[in-house]
Design a protein around this ligand. Structure first.
Ligand code: 5GP
Length: 187
């Protein structure tokens, strides 16, 4: 990866193509929020965002759920660069107790499914009443683990994408759309 800001380029000039526009994202996120509001009704819901990629999605999503919910974040990753190592590391745990509660995991993208399968297992061990998952993006062609994902924003082909929370080596999270980085930035 070239140094951030090299060549005086702004973020948009680093993108090859936009896969999902800002408008498409905001419409879909609103739909998903309303679906969740209906689904959980008056049950106590703990919404847990997986840092850092889910932050943008999570912050938009929860504003479409017009119910009292609890919000927390966990930092868990199984990635180095752009390929999975097959390991998970929890560097920040939740502080809200989840025993007996309905838990909704918020992910940015499900790729191999390794990270998510570990997290679901962990929350079940902690005796959550139910554990479901919502993800902005999924790449079904890359799946290694057969994990159930109840709510999906968009299915995408096998591109490495950035934007709307997703990064490449920590860069690109602040783009308002989901796009594919130009090859020169990661080759
Ligand atoms: P999994 O464990 O499902 O293979 O990986 C999930 C995590 O890998 C995501 O939360 C994300 O951090 C990272 N990841 C997988 N595919 C992509 C991608 O296309 N772009 C970005 N930025 N991260 C990805």
């Amino acid at each position: 990866m070239k140094k951030f800001g090299s060549g005086g380029k702004n973020m948009r000039e680093m993108i090859d193509k936009i896969l999902i526009t800002e408008d498409e994202i905001s419409k879909r996120v609103a739909e998903l929020g309303k679906e969740l509001e209906k689904e959980y009704g008056d049950r106590e819901l703990v919404v847990i965002g997986i840092l850092k990629g889910s932050v943008t999605f999570m912050s938009d999503l929860i504003r479409h759920i017009d119910k009292p919910i609890l919000v927390d974040y966990m930092a868990a990753s199984s990635y180095e660069g752009s390929e999975s190592t097959g390991h998970i590391k929890i560097s920040k745990d939740i502080t809200v107790p989840i025993k007996g509660k309905d838990v909704l995991i918020v992910e940015d993208i499900i790729d191999t499914g390794n990270t998510l399968s570990h997290i679901i297992e962990l929350f079940k061990e902690r005796e959550a009443r139910s554990v479901k998952t919502i993800t902005l993006l999924t790449k079904p062609s890359r799946r290694q683990k057969n994990v159930e994902v109840e709510y999906i924003g968009f299915e995408i082909p096998d591109y490495f994408v950035v934007g709307y929370g997703l990064d490449y080596n920590q860069i690109g999270r602040n783009l308002p759309f989901v796009g594919v980085l130009k090859e020169e930035y990661y080759k």
